[in-house]
Design a protein around this ligand. Structure first.
Ligand SMILES: Cc1cc2nc3c(=O)[nH]c(=O)nc-3n(C[C@H](O)[C@H](O)[C@H](O)COP(=O)(O)OP(=O)(O)OC[C@H]3O[C@@H](n4cnc5c(N)ncnc54)[C@H](O)[C@@H]3O)c2cc1C
Length: 493
């Protein structure tokens, strides 16, 4: 009987274990997936480019018959395959169910180092599920930055305190990130997307992320040589005109399966051992990959099926219009949304402390924001967005992942970015015409959730400050926060 390897769009590695022993590979482009409202044009390009590059590579290698199909939906395409089908473990709960229903054999994926089952074993019986103890176990298990006794090199596991530097007044000058050269495959993808008639969100632009193993190696090398050294200290900084700063831009190739996560980690570790990069930067980078990324993957599966309903803070606002149109008049938000529209990318702190925090304090429904993030970003996917946007940013899990909500006002953005001096609002003011909407929303958020947060000692100090605000001022804050929500919706008039 024929054995077919089904290659999903985010599994485009040559090393995909489903290919082993298969007679042919099938890659299906789903029109339904491309037509999801709000899908970024560059995200669509990257996925199609990755699939077509792999198909070309396999054909050239001649080791397997390759079939590329376009179908209305992926499952229709799957149903048309005769014989045994084998596929690497998928990255969404809905796809896993569909593959199980059809009796598809599953192999481990190459994009992750921890299986959902191993993560569930780690989580079992724990009082809290926060990331830090998981990360330390990963360091020991994978022997990354540990000595022979399994203790952290440099004597400490966590160097975050060295890594939260605000940008210097004169800004920061980072080397340009690596970028690929487009080829005939990309030209074909662009032509097909132009002709598809789909109204994508987000601009088209030359491809800026790696989609093949060779490109991913070049991107990794360029990051380690040129930007890793400064990655740690400036990880949280937001600088005008420097959207990438010292970030790696590796989430796309890692998520597509063309860069094994451990390769990225080992390359950074070697740079530390050669004295080419300081521990604070290397530890910071390693933490993102074997810590946060693996933890988020584990948390997605641990709560699979629950994420769409999680809404511990009872948020009711729909996705604000400003998240598509960049027309709130708030500089930090509009600039970030504009950048996402232009490039499909924003770095972690822009995602968490601008887009996420405003969603949290204004009360946006978690699943609305998850959907916006997972379609609007070059690296978006449900497995990564549900825990990051709903769990980490919006506290929809009631604090399972985070010990306190990531709520902040304009002062945080003022400290960590260059937005505020050229914004018409004053980050220090929470009432009045020029009050910063983020600051008003922050105090309004604490006010609305006093009872939800009362038992949380990490938020006790802000709650004490809230209690000292006179009633008439609190009423003015509520008025400003209501107007802020209207500005987000585009109905402020
Ligand atoms: C609200 C929100 C939404 C996010 N959405 C996505 C997403 O759709 N896809 C995605 O891959 N990441 C997402 N992240 C995580 C992280 O912000 C991105 O991985 C990172 O910004 C990608 O840019 P980079 O490759 O330059 O990362 P770097 O800053 O260079 O970090 C290195 C790598 O670490 C990994 N990483 C770091 N933090 C996380 C994390 N919290 N979760 C998963 N991986 C992490 C990524 O693979 C990343 O490439 C999100 C975070 C938040 C708070």
């Amino acid at each position: 009987m024929t054995r077919t390897a089904l290659i999903l769009g985010d599994q485009v590695s040559r090393e995909n274990p489903a290919l082993e022993g298969a007679d042919r590979a099938v890659l299906i482009t789903s029109r339904a997936l491309l037509r999801r409202p709000g899908l970024h044009r560059q995200r669509a390009h990257l996925v199609l480019s990755g699939m077509r590059h792999l198909a070309a590579d396999l054909r050239e290698g001649g080791r397997i018959e390759v079939e590329e199909r376009t179908e209305d939906g992926l499952l229709e395409g799957l149903d048309a395959i005769d014989g045994d089908v084998v596929c690497a473990y998928p990255s969404s709960a809905a796809m896993l169910e569909a593959l199980h229903e059809r009796g598809v054999e599953l192999t481990p994926p190459t994009q992750f180092l921890t299986s959902p089952e191993a993560f569930a074993r780690w989580a079992e019986g724990r009082k809290t599920l926060q990331m830090e103890p998981f990360y330390r176990e990963q360091r020991r298990r994978l022997e990354v930055l540990v000595d022979d006794a399994g203790e952290p090199v440099g004597g400490t596991w966590n160097l975050d305190h060295d890594n939260r530097r605000p940008p210097p007044k004169g800004g920061l000058d980072a080397p340009d990130p690596w970028s690929p050269e487009e080829d005939d495959v990309d030209a074909g993808v662009r032509r097909d997307l132009d002709r598809s008639g789909i109204d994508f969100w987000g601009d088209d632009a030359p491809r800026a992320f790696a989609v093949t193993p060779d490109e991913a190696s070049s991107a990794l090398r360029s990051f380690v040589q040129g930007r890793l050294k400064e990655f740690g200290p400036w990880q949280d900084a937001m600088v005008d005109g420097e959207r990438t700063l010292f970030h790696s831009l590796l989430s796309v190739p890692i998520n597509l399966g063309v860069l094994p996560p451990l390769d990225a980690v080992r390359a950074a570790e070697r740079a530390y051992l050669r004295d080419d990069a300081p521990l604070q930067s290397v530890e910071g980078f390693v933490r993102q990959i074997i810590g946060w990324r693996e933890y988020v993957w584990g948390m997605y599966w641990l709560r699979a099926g629950q994420w769409p309903r999680r809404n511990a803070l009872r948020a009711r606002e729909p996705l604000p219009r400003a998240y598509r149109e960049a027309d709130s008049g708030w500089r930090c938000l509009d600039e970030t949304v504009r950048s996402v529209r232009e490039t499909g990318y924003a770095h972690h702190i822009e995602r968490l402390m601008v887009l996420g925090t405003i969603g949290l304090t204004s009360g946006v429904r978690p699943w609305d924001l998850v959907r916006w993030f997972s379609r609007g970003f070059v690296d978006g996917a449900e497995w990564v967005m549900a825990p990051n946007a709903a769990g980490m940013a919006l506290y929809a899990d009631g604090g399972e992942m985070m010990s306190k909500p990531y709520a902040a006002g304009g002062n945080y953005v003022n400290k960590m970015s260059q937005h505020c001096p050229s914004c018409r609002f004053d980050p220090k003011r929470r009432t009045g015409e020029d009050a910063c909407p983020l600051t008003a929303l922050y105090w309004d958020f604490l006010d609305r959730h006093r009872e939800d947060l009362a038992g949380n000692h990490r938020i006790a100090m802000p709650l004490r400050s809230l209690a000292k605000i006179p009633d008439d001022e609190l009423e003015e804050i509520r008025v400003r926060a209501r107007r802020a929500r209207k500005e987000l919706r585009g109905t402020a008039g």
